[in-house]
Ligand binder design. Structure first.
Ligand SMILES: [Ca+2]
Ligand SMILES: [Ca+2]
Length: 209
């Protein structure tokens, strides 16, 4: 009985999407990621200074509903690092940085770290290599990007503020939850047709029960 109800629901959604010409339900995430090998700092003869910006180009127009940011880097002491993300619109959010006068620690690397406003823990509660999900340092959070168009160049900027230790950026990614584009752009005719046929097929299958 439950299978039949679920099949009816799938058939109904397919038919509705096909007839309305929608590509997919709203709220799907899109992921843009790149590998890097950028020294931190950029001047390999120094142990303090800016990394060259890590840039991801988003080639599509998406109105951002939620944004998460993935970072992997190696660095002998990540206490040195200030991580900032700047959107194509020019908004900057501080992902993490430390105050040398009140919170010194030793620890290496960011390993598959995901900055996420909805994470249970702040990055300040984590310890290197920060594996998992953490809220960014900036009180405004990544919500500062909500409502912006994701299209264009995103820059992860990293400043190594103190001497001695160095490292390199390995990867940086954007996980964008978007609604408006997916919900409003009509699907290509073949997609809509396939959805209608799929919906009709499912209905036929349901009737055989
Ligand atoms: Ca989030
Ligand atoms: Ca350093």
């Amino acid at each position: 009985m439950r299978l039949r109800v679920r099949a009816r629901f799938i058939a109904f959604v397919c038919l509705l999407l096909g007839l309305l010409g929608k590509a997919a339900p709203a709220g799907l995430g899109v992921f843009y990621s790149r590998s890097f090998d950028l020294p931190i700092p950029a001047d390999t003869s120094a142990t303090r200074g800016w990394m060259d910006d890590a840039v991801i180009e988003v080639p599509d127009h998406h109105t951002i509903v939620d944004l998460d940011v993935a970072v992997s880097l190696n660095h002998a002491n990540v206490f040195d690092l200030q991580l900032l993300l700047t959107s194509p619109s020019g908004t900057t959010v501080v992902l993490n940085m430390y105050d040398p006068f009140s919170e010194y620690f030793e620890g290496a690397d960011y390993c598959n770290t995901i900055f996420d406003d909805e994470a249970l823990n702040s990055i300040r509660d984590g310890t290197a290599p920060f594996e998992g999900r953490f809220r960014p340092l900036d009180p405004a959070g990544l919500a500062a990007f909500d409502g912006e168009d994701a299209f264009g160049l995103w820059r992860l900027r990293i400043y190594d503020a103190y001497y001695m230790d160095t490292g390199s950026l390995e990867s940086f990614g954007l996980i964008i939850t978007t609604m408006s584009d997916i919900a409003t752009v009509p699907a290509p005719a073949p997609t809509a047709t396939v959805l209608v046929l799929l919906g009709l097929g499912c209905l036929g299958w349901v009737r055989r029960f």
